[in-house]
Design a protein around this ligand. Structure first.
Ligand code: GTP
Ligand code: MG
Length: 354
């Protein structure tokens, strides 16, 4: 197509929005992939029940919250509804043996990890060009709840929230800033940054704060707490969509441009904590600042993102000084590319994900 000269801001945003939506749609998992994964879950659940009859195997993470891309891994959580269950370490070893005997998966039991898990993987094969990677953990009820919270946020405004989140997930993988083991941020961390931005930074907000909407009926402690943490949030999305309408009409592209701008230069990295539950908090108020008595606190808390439920937990604790420098550099690079407004929006998109 012929090159146009100066493209207006509004026209660029409209074109970029369309590009983003089209780009993300082709990265969604296929129906085949989803049904194969569901079959795998059922098979594994059936096997686990030969050892623990009262168990359930549930999906969490991206497979369950609407933020999954093609070939994303499967996060599974085993819940056992009985009093005298085996210790996780024993269970991991027994399941490792069982799966190795009964399935074609490669199995790696990690009974002594901080959170004991069994890792399974399947090599690529016809109909499954990327294989499958799957982790099974135990009794991780908080992860099931934060998955449900993210799913509810996605459902309030699927078009804007899912497009933004999915694009950022692809972007951070392509830019290689999505490895907690190497000092950068997990996918979960990036998703929380997006939600924080849409709830607390954008004015008017794109999303309401689901943890601050009062419940429709009184609820007891027992119903709201898991391991001492309050996991209550307003989860009746249908009702919410009838009663709450965002006053924010910005397009996906406008939000993305602003997201990169905000995290390049406006977020208070040195002193601030991004909390979905409570808005901007200070490191000081959480004891996450540079306290000499706490030794490595400063190194662990370069970037602070409070888990929505486990409020004493910094989701970005693995982000190192260098990692944060790289991530911020990437936010700035993205901002620059978008501010330059190339004549054609898909060029910007290609550059972003180079
Ligand atoms: P992809 O696997 O890249 O598609 O992303 P994902 O959305 O599955 O995210 P990720 O694999 O990083 O995390 C999966 C789930 O594990 C999240 O939805 C959370 O429920 C849980 N999780 C991951 N990291 C943390 C963490 O640091 N703290 C807590 N509490 N939960 C976590
Ligand atoms: Mg995952």
């Amino acid at each position: 197509p012929p090159r146009r000269s100066h493209i207006s801001r509004a026209q660029f945003a409209a074109e970029l929005t369309q590009c983003l939506v089209e780009f993300v749609v082709q990265l969604l998992p296929t129906q085949d992939e989803l049904s194969i994964k569901e079959d795998v879950r059922k098979l594994l659940e059936r096997l686990i029940r030969t050892i623990e009859p009262d168990s359930r195997l549930l999906s969490f993470g991206s497979t369950a919250n609407g933020f999954s891309l093609r070939n994303s891994d499967m996060d599974l959580c085993c819940l056992i509804d009985s009093e005298d269950r085996l210790p996780a370490t024993d269970l991991v070893n027994m399941l490792g043996d069982l799966f190795a005997r009964e399935t074609k998966f490669h199995i790696k039991p990690l009974p002594h990890a901080r959170i004991p898990i069994v890792k399974l993987s399947l090599d690529p094969q016809p109909g499954l060009p990327y294989g499958i990677a799957c982790d099974i953990g135990f009794e991780n009820r908080l992860a099931l709840e934060n998955t449900r919270l993210l799913m509810c946020y996605a459902m309030i405004d699927p078009m804007r929230v899912r497009t933004l989140v999915l694009f950022l997930k692809v972007w951070c993988k392509r830019r290689k800033i999505n490895s907690p083991y190497k000092g950068t941020l997990s996918s979960y961390g990036y998703v929380l940054l997006v939600i924080y931005f849409l709830v607390h930074v954008k004015n008017p907000p794109v999303l309401p704060n689901l943890q601050q909407i009062p419940p429709l009926r009184p609820i007891s402690q027992d119903e709201t707490h898991i391991n001492g943490f309050n996991v209550w949030f307003f989860d009746d999305v249908n009702l919410l969509r009838q009663r709450w309408q965002s006053q924010n009409t910005e397009s996906v592209a406008e939000l993305l441009i602003d997201f990169f701008k905000f995290y390049s230069r406006d977020f208070a990295y040195n002193t601030g904590v991004a909390s979905i539950r409570a808005g901007l908090l200070t490191k000081e108020s959480k004891g996450w600042d540079n306290d000499p008595d706490k030794g490595t606190a400063r190194e662990r808390n370069r970037l602070c993102i409070e888990d929505p439920f486990e409020t004493n937990f910094n989701v970005s604790r693995c982000v190192t000084r260098d990692g944060l420098y790289t991530i911020r550099g990437e936010f700035m690079r993205a901002s620059r590319i978008l501010a330059a407004r190339p004549d054609r929006a898909f060029v910007a998109l290609a550059q972003l994900c180079e």
